[in-house]
Design a protein around this ligand. Structure first.
Ligand SMILES: [Zn+2]
Length: 1044
């Protein structure tokens, strides 16, 4: 899946601490938590895994086996028992964190009471749990062969539900699904039946599978040899989205059975499952569109299924539809395939008649070919009035679909998809295995796109290219998203992560391939610079305590949703980039081919990837050992470099962007295996890049000769920050004297690193400002964009926190550095892609902040456009700047809203919505957010974008937060708790806060909500960020006053 890409500009990362599931031990400071350690794990003797103690209702807690056991006994004693290794989890009501993030020391009385309670508790556990070897069941305590009996949660009908875990049991596996669906786009309901052929791995009386919100009317089981389907009992446990099909007799090992389930449901009004979309056709008539979005956990709300990625099966899908609509699914239709094989018109006609199955009046049934073996989250179907264009590519038919009025905008996507498909087939040495690949623009879609096998669904802005209104940046966005989703056809679809903890294997790879393929196939787009900017932003999130390892254990739906974040996508991709440069491109490519070849049509874990790479390196390099230091630990290293003559000393430590390093919940002494790279003044070309593997705390590199300067992390291909200690002076002088001695990416890297170090207090802000003094000579997009980003962060923080005068001085400094460049921009779409993008960035910035007469020019153009009633064509790259200036006046804003409602170009509409959301009129801002949430003129898919824009402006940032607070329940219902959209909304709406009052407010708001809300990673990240902002202000305000 591609998260909505324009949100990537500030990817939120967020966190609930996954410590209870992480492999590494939790670090609990016992000195600070004297009452929290009554039990060492080895003080409690565990029963064997098979004999477990569960308490009715405990199923709602998401724990692994050991924790469930542990937690249950604790619950019985009225205790909160959460931390596997340290015994007890911090009791938040007693040990609430102070606003500054440190832990308060409990009173003596609390400690005494705690100690007494815990001593009694320990004794009770020892007495009840261990000595008599008995357990609590509904009958009470009784002995039964010294093992414990499970007590299960209650099903909806009051009976015991025979399974208590979130994960499905491994005793039954699905082989094949026959799915028949009949959506009704008038009643907005659907009915369905699914026949699942299952194989029994261990003898059992029950089949547990997923179902969510389905009204099941009948369930039957047929044995392999049997002809008679027997109606059987089924139980439902909605808390885990599970049903249990109860067999009338034991299901035998090795045998196949068919479970048939009939059900009905409503088309969803969220963005998940089988959902409905309302839109207006060419005649402004309201129409309905039905589409699916299953990843990660919503296939179960369209049909009962084994909804875990490793349960791969084949699917035969039949959809009954209105004869005027069309349907699409993963596979080609019977009809389409035969049409392609036949050439003469008469036979075509014959087949068409035969293949269209009339059901009732006006309803026909489409049958799709049996799919390849795949995961449930990749199943997809669309029922709508669609038009398409198609082209043959290497044996597969590639088609791009849209609603009829958008058909003229699909050409670019088709060309791009065909080129990328050909590239991937050559690179992976595995052909795309399906006969067709459809790309469909969905009129309302939460994320950027979804890689369903053979049927990729897109938001309209990420697929439709309109030559009049799509900018250089829009073109890049469409290319990137197609490249990402096509890469998934191999990484994710052909080889799937075994469980969501390794989501990075899908998303990190697809993101890495997205940029790699773009560089190879479309070098003119300079996409590597975009990747660089994303890495900078991912590192900012990864430097917070709320970060998590790329591969992190997850169970609950919120935890799974939260894996779709910057770390799985961008950090995952950055680590692959680093590995590719370390191994060399050929070895890396061979490793990837080996991995795909070894695991095709199956599932894989991170270790499988490293094992495949090790097959290629053949003992010369242990990729697994190296990469585990990056995948299983959060954060990244700071490498300090000290140069003395020919001797370079390097030292690594954790880069801690943390207000209170003592609370860092990971091992601070941990060592990464860092493939360092460097260039020097004696040769700074790519072929002169030197490498050194730093796998110790420190090391010494001896150069062949003394050099004038040395620059580490060449092109920022490594995931670490470098501090040059005394040598910053040398690099600052080099940039002033001859900045082109370093590549644009290296220059951007230096700017990024020094501002990060200034934030950390390792380097002075003065030096950071000194480094960017060379910028008036700079003409490359990457360093200019990075400098503008760093200065905008400072400006924004000052502006929102009562330091307007100082903010104005920062803006003055920006003008000194970049004013000439802004003045030089022309208001057209001329130049290279990179120049065009820089123009968009600089002019949008200048018009937003009303500098360099930007608004005068833009307003003139806007007025001409308004006079022409929107018929005059505007240059697409500067369209946003023009609209932003125009929307400052009330008339302009109203006119823009009118044009927004009638525009048929999504590219144009997205620029309009940003401009509308940048008005200073608070009533209009509230109206926009409300209107989008209520899905009136503005779709809900735009809401996170609107909130992002509103929360950046001075009149809007408090409004945005108030809006989030007031509508939290509606927001989490529409977008799902933990989803990428919710992560973005929380991150943006709190990002400008830098006071203790705001910190307290944000904390107490989320604490007042459900535990799931307050435990979200994005909430923890928001709190970390506010604390950092406070710290930044305290540390730098006085210096900034002196400096500017
Ligand atoms: Zn993806």
């Amino acid at each position: 899946m591609e998260p909505f890409p324009s949100d990537q500009i500030q990817l939120p990362r967020n966190m609930i601490e996954n410590s209870m599931f992480e492999e590494e031990p939790d670090v609990v400071d016992l000195a600070k938590e004297p009452c929290l350690h009554p039990l060492e794990p080895d003080e409690v003797e565990y029963e064997p895994r098979s004999s477990r103690l569960l308490v009715r209702g405990l199923g709602e807690h998401e724990m692994d086996d050991d924790e469930e056991d542990y937690e249950s006994s604790a619950k019985l004693l009225g205790m909160s028992f959460m931390n596997r290794n340290s015994g007890l989890r911090n009791n938040m009501s007693v040990y609430r964190q102070n606003p500054n993030g440190s832990c308060s020391v409990p009173s003596t009385r609390t400690m005494v009471v705690c100690t007494v309670v815990l001593v009694i508790s320990v004794s009770l556990i020892m007495a009840i749990y261990l000595l008599p070897k008995c357990t609590f069941t509904k009958e009470g305590c009784h002995k039964k062969n010294h093992t414990m009996e499970l007590i299960y949660p209650l099903a909806t009908n009051g009976k015991l539900f025979p399974w208590a875990k979130i994960r499905l049991p491994p005793d039954v596996v699905p082989l094949h699904y026959d799915l028949v669906l009949q959506p009704n786009l008038t009643t907005l309901k659907f009915s369905g039946s699914v026949k699942i052929v299952v194989n029994i791995v261990e003898v059992t009386w029950k089949i547990i599978l997923h179902s969510s919100g389905l009204n099941i009317t009948k369930v039957t089981i047929t044995s392999a040899g049997g002809h008679q389907a027997k109606t059987v009992e089924f139980l439902e446990y909605p808390l885990h989205d599970q049903i249990a099909v109860m067999a009338p007799e034991a299901l035998l090992v090795g045998q196949n059975y068919t479970v048939n389930i009939e059900y009905s449901s409503n088309l969803s009004d969220t963005y998940y499952g089988f959902y409905k979309i309302s839109y207006k056709d060419e005649n402004s008539k309201q129409r309905w569109f039905a589409a699916t979005q299953f990843e990660p956990l919503a296939a179960r709300s369209a049909f009962p299924c084994f909804d875990e990625p490793a349960f791969k099966a084949t699917f035969l899908i039949k959809i009954k539809r209105d004869e005027k609509l069309s349907t699409l699914s993963n596979m080609p239709k019977e009809l389409d395939k035969r049409l392609r094989q036949l050439s003469t018109a008469s036979i075509v006609l014959h087949v068409q008649k035969k293949a269209t199955t009339p059901v009732t009046n006006g309803i026909v049934q489409d049958e799709f070919f049996v799919s390849l073996k795949m995961s449930t989250y990749l199943v997809a179907f669309v029922v709508a009035d669609l038009k398409n264009i198609s082209r043959e590519a290497d044996g597969s038919l590639v088609s791009v679909y849209a609603i009829p009025q958008h058909l003229n905008q699909v050409g670019y996507a088709l060309n791009t998809a065909v080129k990328l498909l050909e590239f991937y087939q050559k690179y992976f040495l595995i052909n795309y295995p399906l006969e067709k690949l459809d790309l469909v623009a969905i009129p309302d879609f939460q994320s950027g796109a979804m890689e369903n096998w053979g049927l990729i669904t897109f938001r309209e802005t990420t697929l439709l290219f309109d030559s009049n209104t799509s900018s250089a940046r829009d073109k890049k966005l469409i290319t990137a998203v197609i490249a990402h989703e096509l890469a998934h056809q191999w990484f994710g679809n052909l080889v799937t992560m075994e469980w969501w903890n390794d989501l990075w294997l899908n998303e990190g790879f697809a993101t890495f391939m997205e940029y790699f393929a773009m560089e190879e196939v479309f070098p003119e787009l300079h996409s590597d610079e975009d990747f660089l900017n994303l890495i900078f932003k991912a590192m900012r999130k990864d430097s917070l305590n709320s970060s998590h390892p790329v591969s992190s254990a997850v169970q609950s739906s919120e935890q799974i949703e939260e894996m779709f974040d910057a770390l799985s996508y961008i950090k995952g991709a950055s680590l692959l980039l680093m590995l590719k440069h370390y191994l060399g491109k050929d070895v890396f490519q061979a490793g990837i081919e080996m991995y795909l070849h070894n695991h095709n049509y199956g599932s894989a874990r991170s270790d499988d990837l490293w094992d495949s790479m090790n097959e290629i390196t053949n003992g010369t390099l242990d990729v697994k050992k190296l990469m585990k230091t990056w995948i299983l630990h959060k954060g990244f290293p700071l490498v300090t470099v000290v140069r003395k003559g020919k001797i370079i000393s390097v030292q690594q430590e954790k880069f801690l962007y943390c207000v209170d390093p003592e609370n860092w919940t990971s091992d601070a002494s941990f060592l990464w295996h860092i493939p360092l790279t460097y260039i020097t003044s004696s040769c700074n070309l790519t072929h002169c890049t030197n490498a050194y593997l730093l796998d110790q705390k420190s090391a010494v590199i001896e150069l062949p000769e003394e050099v004038e300067w040395i620059k580490f992390n060449v092109h920022m291909n490594g995931y670490y920050i470098v501090h040059y200690a005394e040598d910053w002076k040398t690099l600052i002088a080099l940039l002033k004297k001859n900045h082109t001695a370093l590549s644009p990416k290296d220059r951007a890297n230096l700017i990024n690193n020094i501002f990060n170090l200034a934030g950390l207090g390792k380097e002075s802000l003065e030096k950071a400002f000194e480094l960017i003094d060379y910028l008036n000579k700079e003409s490359s997009t990457a360093p200019l964009t990075q400098a503008l980003y760093q200065l905008s962060l400072i400006y924004s923080l000052l502006e929102k926190n009562g330091e307007q005068q100082l903010a104005a001085r920062v803006m003055h400094r920006i003008e000194q550095l970049l004013g000439d460049k802004i003045d030089k921009q022309c208001w057209t779409d001329e130049g290279t892609m990179s120049e065009r993008e820089l123009r968009s960035t600089l002019l949008a910035f200048a018009c937003t902040h009303d500098i360099r007469n930007c608004r005068t020019t833009a307003t003139e153009m806007f007025e001409k456009w308004m006079k022409s009633n929107g018929t005059m064509s505007l240059p697409s790259d500067v369209m946003k700047a023009i609209f932003t200036a125009g929307a400052k006046s009330s008339d302009g804003w109203e006119f823009l809203l009118k044009m927004y409602s009638s525009s048929v170009s999504e590219a144009e509409k997205s620029k309009m919505i940003e401009a509308l959301a940048s008005t200073d009129d608070v009533r209009k801002l509230i109206w926009l957010m409300q209107n989008s949430l209520e899905e009136e003129e503005i779709r809900a898919q735009e809401l996170s974008h609107i909130i992002a824009t509103v929360s950046q402006s001075l009149p809007g940032y408090l409004l945005a937060w108030d809006f989030v607070k007031e509508n939290w329940d509606k927001l989490t219902r529409k977008f799902h708790l933990g989803s990428y959209t919710i992560q973005n909304i929380v991150s943006w709406s709190t990002s400008q806060f830098a006071t203790k009052a705001h910190l307290l407010e944000v904390k107490s708001f989320f604490e007042s909500k459900s535990e799931e809300s307050s435990q979200l990673r994005c909430v923890k990240e928001a709190i970390d960020t506010i604390q950092l902002n406070i710290q930044w202000m305290e540390r730098n305000l006085a210096k900034l006053q002196e400096l500017l």
